[in-house]
Every structure is written in structure tokens, then in C-alpha cells.
Design a protein around this ligand. Structure first.
Ligand SMILES: NC(=O)C1=CN([C@@H]2O[C@H](COP(=O)(O)OP(=O)(O)OC[C@H]3O[C@@H](n4cnc5c(N)ncnc54)[C@H](OP(=O)(O)O)[C@@H]3O)[C@@H](O)[C@H]2O)C=CC1
Ligand SMILES: CC(=O)C(=O)O
Ligand SMILES: [Mg+2]
Length: 642
């Protein structure tokens, strides 16, 4: 750490291609500072010794000349800090610039740009005169205008592209837009539209977002991480693109998912955007359409498996820890289940990892079930559950329900699991299939004759709760919903699969086929439905309710590992926030409009659990964790530049 005119810098903060700092400018004002450098000098591309030299020389420059550091390499001019003079003509040098972001470059820097909201004073002090029209507008008016513009687009994908453009142009405007209009814009930057965006990512690709780590970078991942412009990373969302929503293998184009999830980390959970890092690991794709698509942006090869995959991933995980420390949260997202469970098990003891599809989904569905009990009565253990889909989401949810039942009743986990039944693509999971089942399905194999069709399983098992986690759209048919409604006064139906095209049924189908009796929630949002003169609003059972607050809780407590009890704490925190007014509308989740408050409450409960379990490192524990969580949350309000 060193100090330059009162501002602090870490040694790392100057490495890489472009860095944004704040320090006094040549005119003695504090403003948005950009440090830019190609790190190469007197050596081969990517030679980090050079950036260390530069860092050290910067470090020294605040206090004393730097000759000692550079003596051995300097043969040129006095104070040849960056080696320009010492380089012979056939050597490359470092084109360093160190300047306050001002004028044209300030307007094009998304972290600092305010567009027409720059004040008169800022326009004077930052060389913006003439580069902007005369009007000065406030943040609220900018949001109003952007919302007007966005609403002109009828095609959701156009709105998505417009939102990404705003994110790349003016970050604080993007987050204020999203936070002030969360219910309207969530379906654009997140499911369902993000799914279509990933499918067409190559065609709509403008500026790269996030970090792409492909097999080409094997052996160099540490270097690649250093190319990212921020050093203080708190949350990474990483995918390998093999199971993007319910849309299958989208390879490198899955990048839309980490980007979207991290937008939610900031907008919904208050994590600073600069602390968020979206990453796609590109090991190829088995999607023939993409391999044959001339606009595809990823490696044009079939997926690496086995040792090749494991080695790349291992290098990635340890490079992350080396660069960002023990407490960086790594969220695994949209991996295929044959990797997802193994990665979680493998790195769960050495890193702070969280699988959103297995754990986040489990926590959000358990919260919805806890809330549903207020409407249908009974305890969790008195209900019977049937899942269509026994993958990451399905078995993850099932395990958390069984765990909660066991905690509530004292009945062993092996017994509570017997209240939960699952179907996969081959039918009901029963003991006679045990030998051929993947390991994560085995706990759910119970004694029953084989059943192929869902409707027959419904008739035989008579579940009170039906959960769709199959990724297969329209599988909750009229026959299935009607069968469920024959023996349930209020059948509970979760159609979790995303995007909307993959939803097991629509809200309209759930209400009309159950004659308005269903308690329904879905992974992607549905508009309210009118049935027999009554309006039914359905909730969105999506892990977006959980992961932003959950991550915030881990960060504010300095947690070093994720524990199942934290997931249960998050479920309780979410369920507690469903109001009587929500219940009266049939909602089992609170509206997203209050999500910042909801996230703060979830964060507080998760952090409290981390302290209780001895997994927190931020000591002493804050007295009021909700207030502390709120105080840590990012605000997109513009900052004044002196
Ligand atoms: N709402 C939310 O917050 C979340 C929603 N999801 C959604 O859940 C879906 C599944 O995700 P995930 O669990 O990770 O996927 P997986 O691939 O791990 O699991 C899918 C499961 O569904 C089964 N399946 C597929 N098609 C059918 C079918 N026609 N009939 C019966 N079973 C079928 C598969 O069977 P088999 O094993 O035999 O192949 C498998 O067991 C996705 O659409 C995803 O978007 C996921 C996470 C969060
Ligand atoms: C919501 C989510 O994480 C999924 O559909 O994969
Ligand atoms: Mg997911």
C-alpha cells in the first residue's frame, strides 16, 4: 500500500492495461484518475516483471527517486523509469500514461461518465466544455428519459441490447435504472430475455463484457486475471456455458449469464460493480449449431472433458485465490450436472464456493414452501413432494427440504427423504433403477414399481407439492394439473424451468386447470392472470431472491466457507418477508420492488449464521447486522468531482 497525495493504492493497482484511481490532478483537484499502460517493456508480451518495476517505481516516486530499482536496466536518460530510453530499437517499450480522466476520455469511461448530468463546475474542471450540449439534467431525469426510450422497443432483445449499451456507457445510470424499475427491467437483463441474448450473443456482440478464459489460456490464467482492470474482487460468477438456463449448451455465449447475475448482485444485493467479475471458461461446445455458426464467438471445437477440463479448472481456481485471496466468493452458474456436483464437492473445502443452481435454488424454493404453509396449513413433514427433473435444481431443493424436515422433527435425514419423489427423463426414480443412477439421484430412489409418465406418478404418489425442474417446457399438462387438483384443495405448483419457453406450465394454465385453486410460482415471471373474474398474481421462484443477499452476508461477515445452515437461514429470512397483503393476493414471495431491504435481511441472517458457526473473519461481529448490511450496500448516486 502506498499513498499519493492522500489517496491510497495497493501495489497491484497499477498492473494491467487500464486502472482507474482517484488522486490529485495536475491542476490540484481530485477527480477520476485513469492510469493506462501496456505492461510490456524490454521484453516479451505479458512480462509481469515490467509492471512490478513500474509499480515499484510509482511507489518510490511518492517518496524518493527510483534509481535503485532500475539501476541494472537503465542505460538511457536520467530517470528512465519505464525503460523507454534504455530500449534498443528492436525492443518494445511501455507506453505509459497517467492522467486524470477528463474531456473526451471521461465521457467514454463508464465508471465515471455522467453524461448530461455533469455540473457546470465539473464541465469546467474536467475539460468537458463543448463536448456536451449546454443543458444539465439530473439523474432522475436521465432515468425517466432512458425508460421512455427503452419502452419504445417492442422486442425484448432490443431492450436488452439497449441496457447493455447503457451499462457500457454510464454504469451508475444503468444501476439506477435497474434499481428504480426492477420489476420492469429484471425480465430484460435476466430471465427470460438473457436466455435469447445468450443464444444470439455472437450476433449481438458489441463490446466484450467479463473475462473469457479458454483452453488457449492454459498455463497463463494468472496472467489473464491480471488483465482485468480491477484488483479488489469480491464476487466471481463463473460458467462454462454447458447448461444455460433450460437452453442447453451455449458454449462461450453463456457469458450473458455471469454478466446478468452480477448485475443483480449489484442492483439487488448492493455489491459494488467494480468488485464483481463475470467469467466464462471456454472449453469448447457440443452445440453443432454454434460450431457451424459463422458468428460464434467461442472456441470452435468440441468440449474438453476429463483431465484436460480438470486441469484448466484447477489452474483457474488457484489463480483466483492467488489474485483475490481466501474470501473471494466464487459462484458456479449453469454448469452441466456432471461437472456441477463434482466442482462443488471438490472446491467446497478449499474455496468460498456456492453453486447457485443447486444451493441458491434450494434456498428460494424452501422459502416459498415455508410461505405456502401459511396458505395451505400443515408442517413441511406433513407434505409429499414430487419433482419432475432430478438434476442440480431438483436434487438440490430436495436435499434442503429433507434437511429442514429433519431439523424440525428430529427424524433422520434418510427417513425425511422418503417424503420426496423424483422423476427424470426415464421415469420415476425407484430402487430397481439404483445401479444405473447418477450418484446425486440415489438418495431419492424409493421402493415403488416403475412409472414412466408424470401423470401416472401423480396419481400414484398423490403429492401435495409438484415441482418442475426439468428444463422441459409444457410438461405439466392439463391432465397432470387436473389430477393434482383432484386430491388437493390447494395444490402447490412450482414451474421452475427457465426461460419462459421451458416453463413446465404457464400461470394461466396452472390457475385455469386447477379452477383457480393452485398456489403457483415460476422461475420466469408471468403477468397476472384473470380467471372467472378474479385476478391471480403469481410469484417468481427464482434464485435471484437469494444469491444477492446471500453473497452480501458472506462478504460482510468475511465468511470463508458456505454451510447448509446458511442456506436455511436465507430461506427463513426470505419467507419471513412475505406480508399478509402478499398472501391475500396468493403470493408466496414478496415483490421484487423491496429487494434491497429483503437482501439486507437475508444478508444479516446469513452473516449471523456465519458468526455462530465460527466461519466469519470480520471481527468483532457488528451489533446490528441489518443496519451494517445496509450501510455496506452500493448506491448508484453520482459522486461529485472536484
Ligand atoms: N427458478 C430457478 O431459480 C432455477 C431454475 N432452474 C431451471 O431448472 C431447469 C433444470 O436445471 P438443472 O437442474 O440444473 O438441470 P439438469 O440438467 O441438472 O437436470 C434436468 C433434469 O430434468 C430431467 N428431464 C429433462 N427432460 C425431462 C423430461 N422431459 N421429463 C422428465 N425429466 C426430464 C433430466 O433427466 P435425466 O437426468 O434423465 O437427463 C434431469 O434429471 C432449467 O430449466 C433451469 O433453468 C435452475 C436453477 C434455478
Ligand atoms: C435461474 C437460474 O439460475 C437458472 O435457470 O439456471
Ligand atoms: Mg442458473
Amino acid at each position: 500500500m502506498f499513498s499519493l497525495n492522500g489517496s491510497s493504492f495497493t501495489n497491484n493497482s497499477l498492473s494491467g492495461v487500464s486502472r482507474c484511481l482517484t488522486q490529485s490532478s495536475r491542476r490540484g483537484v481530485s477527480g477520476p484518475m485513469v492510469v493506462a499502460a501496456a505492461v510490456n517493456s524490454n521484453g516479451k508480451p505479458g512480462d509481469r516483471n515490467v509492471s512490478v518495476l513500474v509499480e515499484n517505481s510509482m511507489k518510490e516516486s511518492a517518496a524518493a527517486p527510483v534509481e535503485k530499482e532500475i539501476k541494472s536496466t537503465v542505460t538511457g536518460g536520467v530517470g528512465d523509469v519505464y525503460g523507454e530510453d534504455s530500449a534498443t530499437e528492436d525492443q518494445s517499450i511501455t507506453p505509459w500514461t497517467l492522467s486524470v480522466a477528463s474531456g473526451y476520455s471521461l465521457l467514454r469511461n463508464p465508471h465515471y461518465n455522467k453524461g448530461l448530468a455533469f455540473s457546470e463546475k465539473e464541465r469546467d474542471s474536467h475539460y468537458l466544455r463543448g463536448l456536451l450540449p449546454p443543458v444539465v439534467v439530473n439523474h432522475d431525469l436521465q432515468v425517466k428519459k432512458m425508460m421512455n426510450n427503452l419502452r419504445q422497443y417492442e422486442v425484448p432483445l432490443q431492450r436488452y441490447i439497449a441496457m447493455m449499451d447503457i451499462q457500457e456507457m454510464n454504469e451508475r445510470l444503468y444501476y439506477k435504472l435497474l434499481m428504480d424499475n426492477v420489476e420492469e427491467l429484471l425480465p430484460i437483463v435476466y430471465t427470460p430475455t438473457v436466455g435469447e441474448a445468450c443464444q444470439k450473443y455472437g450476433s449481438i456482440f458489441r463490446r466484450p463484457q467479463g473475462l473469457f478464459i479458454s483452453l488457449k489460456e492454459k498455463g497463463k490464467i494468472n496472467e489473464v486475471l491480471k488483465n482485468w482492470p480491477e484488483r479488489k474482487i469480491q464476487v466471481i460468477v463463473v460458467t462454462d456455458g454447458e447448461r444455460i438456463l433450460g437452453l442447453g449448451d451455449l458454449g462461450c455465449q453463456g457469458m450473458g449469464i455471469p454478466v446478468g447475475k452480477l448485475s443483480l448482485y449489484t442492483a439487488l444485493g448492493g455489491i459494488r460493480p467494480s468488485a464483481c467479475l463475470p467469467i466464462t471458461i471456454d472449453v469448447g461446445t457440443n452445440n453443432e449449431d454454434l460450431l457451424n455458426d459463422e458468428f460464434y464467438i467461442g472456441l470452435r471445437q468440441r468440449r474438453a472433458r476429463g483431465q484436460e477440463y480438470a486441469e484448466l479448472f484447477d489452474e483457474f481456481m488457484y489463480a483466483v485465490k492467488q489474485n483475490y485471496g481466501e474470501k473471494v466468493l466464487i459462484q458456479f452458474e449453469d454448469f452441466a450436472n456432471h461437472n456441477a456436483f463434482d466442482l462443488l464437492a471438490k472446491y467446497g473445502t478449499s474455496h468460498l464456493v456456492f453453486n447457485d443452481d443447486i444451493q441458491g435454488t434450494a434456498s428460494v424454493v424452501l422459502a416459498g414452501l415455508m410461505a405456502s404453509l401459511q396458505l395451505v396449513g400443515g408442517t413441511l413433514a406433513e407434505h409429499t413432494f414430487l419433482f419432475l427433473g432430478a438434476g442440480e435444481a431438483g436434487t438440490g431443493i430436495a436435499e434442503l427440504i429433507a434437511l429442514e424436515m429433519s431439523k424440525q422433527t428430529g427424524i433422520p435425514l434418510e427417513e425425511t427423504r422418503k417424503k420426496i419423489w423424483m422423476l427424470d427423463s426415464k421415469g420415476l426414480i425407484v430402487n430397481s433403477r439404483m445401479e444405473s443412477l447418477q450418484h446425486f439421484k440415489r438418495p431419492w430412489a424409493h421402493e415403488h414399481e416403475p412409472v414412466k409418465e408424470l401423470v401416472n406418478a401423480v396419481k400414484s404418489i398423490k403429492p401435495t407439492v409438484l415441482i418442475g425442474s426439468s428444463g422441459a417446457g409444457r410438461t405439466f399438462t392439463k391432465e397432470v394439473v387436473q389430477a393434482l387438483a383432484t386430491f388437493n384443495e390447494k395444490p402447490i405448483i412450482f414451474a421452475l424451468s427457465n426461460p419462459t419457453s421451458q416453463s413446465e406450465c404457464t400461470a394461466e394454465e396452472a390457475y385455469s386447470w386447477s379452477e383457480g385453486r393452485a398456489i403457483f410460482a415460476s422461475g420466469s415471471p408471468f403477468a397476472p392472470v384473470e380467471y372467472n373474474g378474479k385476478v391471480y398474481a403469481s410469484g417468481q421462484a427464482n434464485n435471484a431472491y437469494i444469491f444477492p443477499g446471500f453473497g452480501l452476508g458472506l462478504i460482510i461477515s468475511g465468511a470463508i466457507r458456505v454451510h447448509d445452515d446458511m442456506l436455511l437461514a436465507a430461506s427463513e429470512a426470505l419467507a419471513e418477508q412475505v406480508s399478509q397483503e402478499n398472501f391475500e393476493k396468493g403470493l408466496i414471495y414478496p415483490p421484487f420492488t423491496n429487494i434491497r431491504k429483503i437482501s439486507a435481511n437475508i444478508a444479516a441472517k446469513v452473516a449471523a449464521k456465519a458468526y455462530e458457526l465460527g466461519l466469519a473473519t470480520r471481527l468483532p461481529e457488528p451489533a446490528n447486522l441489518v443496519a451494517y448490511a445496509e450501510s455496506c450496500m452500493y448506491s448508484p448516486a453520482y459522486r461529485s468531482y472536484r
